[in-house]
Design a protein around this ligand. Structure first.
Ligand code: T4K
Length: 407
């Protein structure tokens, strides 16, 4: 497929230099997919009529069952969001001292450790997968290490077997942040069945959502039982508290949205897949732009379109491209720039962490995510790719003008 021609006749027409933006309305990354609104309202009405709004209600149980039908995991426990889910998993696992975690992830993965007084020990990622690099874990293990956290970034499964053998060898817990990976598989086995536990996010920006919400999947009955107590203050019965717990419960309205959202799973994935294939065809023609390609033999949700910008070839930095695209109302994102180690409180606690995170630093300065999902049309995708190709074609001129205008 050839890239559409961009309607611009000269760089002065770019919005960054005073022209009109290509799109009148902003195009977002992470626009929620809204399922059948009538079904959602019916469910919410039912909940209001039954006067059961939260605390392990019938819709939460139905949502857990529906998620379980996808993961196939024995226990699927709904929580208020993935971050509280990670917190109670880390706590239930008895994580303490130090836990090895990638810095190239959403801040919540790491904050959940720090919040519990656990020291995150940042491990570098592998350049092609963006996952924690199993080869780099061993030197980080100390007598204080209690666990490893892998993140199935962009929905692509981590190197789960390698991580498991390291965890087993050193008697460490293994948790996966599966916030991006609901509906994805590894060697034909659904995510939700690896490590000690895996945590999915159903935040509004995920391809399926419960407004806010998460699910912890595990095949370990003891852990599941504990997690069910921990999400509800540690209550094991009326007037009986057996654990230090918090309030991590999902409410019925969120579960109503979650169930409704799940009903449109196949359509949303199909749309994401078609968008992905279109981007793939168009982006591969642009010099200096590479992008994460999913293994089509596996189950995928295709919810992230992730580019890497090689500035030597594009002759514009990732950040210059980012700023130019924003001005055109294409609100591309830089997930997960600049890496958790460069954000508070880690940047001041571990000011030298970047020294052994060379790949993280490099990737964090190259990535860009593009809009996808049901809110974007194929025509808009073609226009985005045409714009990007045109910008890179005119890189020398644009770069000189940016310099001139001090931008
Ligand atoms: N682990 C990983 C690897 C994660 O990526 C995340 C979350 C977590 C753990 C924790 O999961 P949760 O505790 O959230 O369940 C967003 C999300 O808030 C966050 O859930 C997500 N990852 C992260 C990748 O993206 P922001 O800071 O980018 O959100 P925001 O407000 O900029 O929204 C993104 C775009 O979506 C905007 O352009 C606007 C649009 N949007 C957003 C919302 C909420 C809408 O159009 N409608 C909406 O309702 O973090």
């Amino acid at each position: 497929m050839t890239i559409k021609s961009n309607p611009l006749t000269g760089i002065q027409e770019l919005a960054i230099f005073g022209g009109d933006p290509l799109f009148k309305e902003p195009l977002h990354v992470g626009r929620p997919n809204i399922g059948d609104q009538t079904r959602l309202i019916e469910r919410i009405k039912g909940s209001l009529e039954h006067k059961w709004l939260t605390n392990d209600g019938p819709l939460v149980r139905e949502f857990e069952e529906s998620v379980g039908a996808v993961t196939g995991a024995k226990h699927n426990i709904a929580v208020s969001n993935a971050t509280t889910g990670l917190e109670i998993v880390y706590h239930a696992m008895g994580f303490k001292g130090e836990v090895i975690v990638p810095s190239f992830t959403f801040i919540g993965t790491v904050h959940a450790l720090e919040w519990l007084g656990i020291t995150p020990v940042f491990c570098d990622i592998a350049p092609s997968s963006h996952h924690i690099d199993p080869e780099k874990i061993a030197p980080l293990i100390s007598s204080r290490t209690s666990g490893i956290v892998g993140v199935h970034l962009w929905g692509q499964p981590c190197e789960v077997e390698q991580l498991k053998s390291i965890a087993d060898k050193h008697n460490l817990g293994l948790v996966f942040d599966a916030a991006h990976a609901f509906g994805c598989s590894h060697n034909g086995r659904m995510i939700g069945n690896f490590g000690d536990a895996e945590v999915f996010s159903f935040h509004a920006t995920k391809y399926l959502n419960s407004f806010e919400g998460g699910i912890i999947s595990t095949n370990h009955a003891d852990l599941a039982e504990k997690l069910i107590y921990l999400r509800n203050f540690g209550f094991s019965g009326y007037d009986q508290v057996d654990y230090l717990g918090i309030n991590a419960k999902m409410n019925e309205i969120s579960a109503a949205m979650g169930i409704t959202s799940l009903e449109s799973k196949q359509q949303v994935i199909q749309t994401n897949f078609e968008n992905y294939k279109l981007y793939q065809n168009l982006l591969l023609e642009i010099p200096g732009i590479s992008f994460i390609q999913y293994d089509e033999e596996e189950e995928n949700n295709f919810q992230y379109i992730v580019l890497e910008v090689d500035q030597k070839a594009t002759k514009l930095t990732r950040d210059q491209i980012y700023t130019i695209m924003w001005k055109e109302n294409v609100l591309v994102r830089r997930y997960f720039y600049p890496g958790c180690h460069r954000l508070a409180p880690y940047s001041s606690k571990y000011p030298h962490a970047g020294e052994h995170l060379a790949v993280t630093e490099k990737v964090a300065n190259r990535v860009l995510q593009l809009p996808t999902g049901t809110s974007i049309t194929s025509d808009e995708i073609e226009q985005i790719c045409a714009l990007l190709a045109w910008i890179i074609q005119h890189a020398d001129e644009i770069s000189a003008q940016l310099k001139k205008e001090n931008k």
